[in-house]
Design a protein around this ligand. Sequence first.
Ligand SMILES: NC(=O)c1ccc[n+]([C@@H]2O[C@H](COP(=O)([O-])OP(=O)(O)OC[C@H]3O[C@@H](n4cnc5c(N)ncnc54)[C@H](OP(=O)(O)O)[C@@H]3O)[C@@H](O)[C@H]2O)c1
Length: 229
Amino acid sequence: MSDPVFLITGASSGIGAATARAAAQAGYRLVLAARSTDKLQALADELGGPDRALPVSCDVTEWEAQEAMVAQALERFGRLDVAFANAGFGGGRSFLAGEPEQLRDMVLTNVYGAGLTVRAALPALRQSQGHLLLTGSVAGHRVLPGSMYSVTKWAVGAMAEAARQELNGSGVRVTLISPGQVDTPFFDQQRSDGRLRAGDVAGAVLYAISQPPHVDVNEILLRPTAQDG
Ligand SMILES: NC(=O)c1ccc[n+]([C@@H]2O[C@H](COP(=O)([O-])OP(=O)(O)OC[C@H]3O[C@@H](n4cnc5c(N)ncnc54)[C@H](OP(=O)(O)O)[C@@H]3O)[C@@H](O)[C@H]2O)c1
């Protein structure tokens, strides 16, 4: 049997890129999606080139791009075993911060974009009895003051459970990955002290997908040991 195939949105950076590296190490072939095609190409080269990794330019807020992403994955590799709806970004903690357009972009990327990834990947995942993962957040468990980001991650948590219920009995498993603070370009200022590393989150993803078929790890909530709140 050919090696299983793992698709990641937001693969150009942070948690997505770290998960791609860990999955490649575990023997998966990769479909790497984001808007920064130069970074995706460099990562695809690092992970073994065209036979092992396919870089796909995809803005997750565009349905046609997401449809094409899955079509390219199936054309290149013939199957899809894991889809990780991970693309997203954060923002300020006030409804008065930034421009109104930023709130729109955040909802479109973090919620609508994740929903489109679920929609695009679902038929192929049903066929493979595969695994769907979404990146939530601790901010999707607590309500943060003035945070539209927190609102979007509550929605992603609901999306994971809605998908789990729709897929119940299909053999497809669904996991919500909910990290606390992770040291990635998500933050304007990077610092390694007191935050998780992207590889720690990748480890949680790999744990979820390596369980036996009758075990569905529905959520992994992980914080740095010293995180407040
Ligand atoms: N870092 C944290 O503390 C933390 C904690 C909890 C949850 N999260 C969540 O983890 C996920 C990954 O974030 P990260 O920490 O790894 O940050 P990151 O390093 O900034 O990565 C974000 C990724 O999302 C992609 N992305 C953003 N908008 C996109 C769009 N419209 N279409 C396609 N891709 C898009 C970016 O790629 P391009 O710009 O190349 O498109 C990038 O690959 C996000 O959902 C974030 O909310 C992060």
